[in-house]
Design a binder for this molecule. Structure first.
Ligand SMILES: NC(=O)C1=CN([C@@H]2O[C@H](COP(=O)(O)OP(=O)(O)OC[C@H]3O[C@@H](n4cnc5c(N)ncnc54)[C@H](O)[C@@H]3O)[C@@H](O)[C@H]2O)C=CC1
Ligand SMILES: C[N+](C)(C)CC(=O)CC(=O)[O-]
Length: 490
């Protein structure tokens, strides 16, 4: 089991703790705040309902979380140390000195700093080469980008190791080789924030109007294509050169206040805080976090469907998680066939839940359909076979709901083949959380010729795989709840 030490468990340290824990790492926290344990507990509750369901593959089991009164204790055995203490250079230097006196010299020390250059963090350190910037984005448990900023003190092997660990955590390490204050993304965010502050100060727009201007338009566009790709499209058929020729001159017009910052007078701070209260004060911060997480999960899962941007990254992570698991391969590769076969193992995504606060009925069919697809693949009815003209069509389905299922629940589906002979395939799926039976789904399918759209016998290989499963499962009793119909109560 890998261990990470979290030094500073506030907004960002808490998010890092969740990212590591939910990816199977043990996490050891040091934070002098007596409320740190409660705060991380609340971040974990949000993360547990949102992060695991981003994946359509099984995540490792959650790691163990522990809190330590001494920094030296927290770093014992840690191969990754993530510093997320307040953004003050003298505090960070003091923390690095204490850390390096106690931690393993090969452990990576990543700093969450939003603005300091790695050379500033490394200055005066006992082992400068051990320290890199790993700048995350809030919420760290959902957003993949990490700006990995290094100096010439950091060797290539260390940078590769850091990138590898971050990738394993489902993140997107972007190696920023040329250090600069505030890295890449924060320079951008600061520029936008400065401009917004002027718009409020000058009475042009309220905080709410500015947020609407972002989220009703270019914000959605940025989330999927960024800036340059969006502008390339906006240049029409002539592309980027035409876009630059048309809109470049406006950059010199007096549209922006650029690097000027409005004075943070009491008046300006009150104006912005009051507008923000009027805009969002009906919700607590935890409620806003949950709304944000619901939206982020829905958007990222939509991008998964397009295999694009952050969604493409999630798909790659699913492939890594499935690799070597019993959820890939054919009948000869998955081992014991004598028990119901594991066909799905995943967490329930937030966007599978509904107004009743539990998994929507349509999603049971989606989960059981995934189990059927996996079973078809297992017996040889995979993408190649389907492309050659054979497949199965479902003729009848019956679902029973036996217990409530909530967002983040780690479910497993085990599948019995009740009939697998000739063109007939009759499956009985059981959905569990741990040992608790949550639902069953029964499907009757017919093998078809995709050209004639008529029932037809499957290939010899599929018949042989079904024979193998049938004989391995011959002694299993007929499952409880199979072959039922809806009856009149009483
Ligand atoms: N809040 C944000 O949106 C982002 C912040 N960051 C960076 O993350 C770092 C932390 O920021 P936040 O989490 O927002 O701050 P925060 O104020 O929420 O948390 C800081 C935590 O550090 C603890 N702390 C203070 N002195 C400590 C020490 N000597 N040893 C251990 N813990 C100590 C505090 O008790 C507190 O829990 C900063 O460097 C910041 O620039 C990075 C990305 C986004
Ligand atoms: C405001 N901030 C500079 C601390 C923001 C970040 O560093 C990244 C983020 O999450 O927006």
């Amino acid at each position: 089991m890998k261990a990470a030490a979290i030094i500073g468990g506030g907004v960002i340290g808490g998010g890092w703790a969740a990212r590591f824990l939910l990816n199977g790492w043990d996490v050891r926290v040091f934070d002098p705040d007596p409320d740190a344990e409660r705060k991380i507990g609340e971040v974990m509750a949000n993360a547990r309902r949102s992060l695991p369901g981003l994946s359509d593959a099984p995540l490792p089991e959650e790691g163990r979380l522990s809190f330590h009164a001494e920094m030296a204790d927290a770093v014992a055995g840690a191969i990754w140390i993530q510093e997320s203490v307040p953004e003050r250079l003298e505090i960070k230097h003091k923390v690095f000195a204490e850390l390096q006196a106690a931690c393993h010299p090969d452990a990576i020390i990543g700093s969450s700093t939003s603005g300091f250059k790695p050379s500033e963090l490394q200055a005066g350190a006992a082992r400068p080469a051990q320290i890199v910037v790993t700048h995350p984005f809030n919420p760290v448990y959902l957003l993949p980008l990490i700006e990995l900023v290094t100096t010439s003190a950091n060797d290539a092997a260390q940078v590769a190791r850091a990138s590898e660990q971050l990738t394993e955590l489902g993140m997107y390490p972007m190696h920023v080789k040329k250090e600069i204050d505030a890295h890449i993304a924060d320079r951008f965010l600061e520029a936008v924030w400065r401009e917004a502050l002027w718009l409020v100060k000058d009475g042009i727009a309220t905080t709410e109007e500015i947020d609407e201007a972002i989220r009703m338009g270019f914000g959605i566009r940025w989330a999927q294509m960024g800036l340059f790709e969006t502008y390339r499209v906006a240049g029409g058929e002539a592309g980027m050169k035409h876009f630059m020729a048309q809109f470049g001159p406006a950059l010199k017009w007096p549209w922006t206040k650029l690097t000027d910052v409005p004075e943070f007078t009491d008046e300006l701070v009150d104006l912005i805080a009051d507008q923000s209260d009027a805009q969002s004060g009906a919700h607590s911060i935890r409620e806003l976090e949950r709304i944000r997480d619901n939206n982020l999960v829905a958007m990222m899962r939509a991008l998964k469907g397009q295999d694009w941007g952050a969604g493409a990254l999630l798909n790659k992570q699913d492939t890594r998680l499935r690799d070597g698991s019993p959820l890939t391969g054919g009948v000869d590769e998955i081992g014991d066939l004598s028990q119901p076969i594991l066909t799905v193992a995943r967490a329930v995504p937030l966007d599978w839940t509904d107004y009743n606060g539990h998994m929507n009925e349509a999603k049971y069919l989606e989960a059981f359909a995934a189990a059927t697809d996996r079973f078809m693949e297992l017996i040889g009815c995979d993408a190649g076979y389907i492309a050659s003209g054979g497949s199965y069509f479902t003729a009848e389905t019956h679902i029973r709901h036996l217990a409530e299922v909530h967002a983040g629940a780690r479910i497993a589906i085990r599948t019995r083949m009740l009939v697998g002979e000739g063109k007939k395939l009759h499956l009985f799926h059981s959905m569990y959380e741990g040992d608790e039976l949550l639902a069953t789904g029964e499907s009757f399918m017919l093998h078809v010729d995709l050209k004639t759209r008529r029932p037809s016998p499957p290939s010899r290989e599929i018949e042989a795989a079904m024979d193998q499963i049938r004989s391995a499962q011959a002694d299993l009793p007929y499952p409880d709840g199979a072959g039922m119909a809806i009856r009149q109560p009483g």
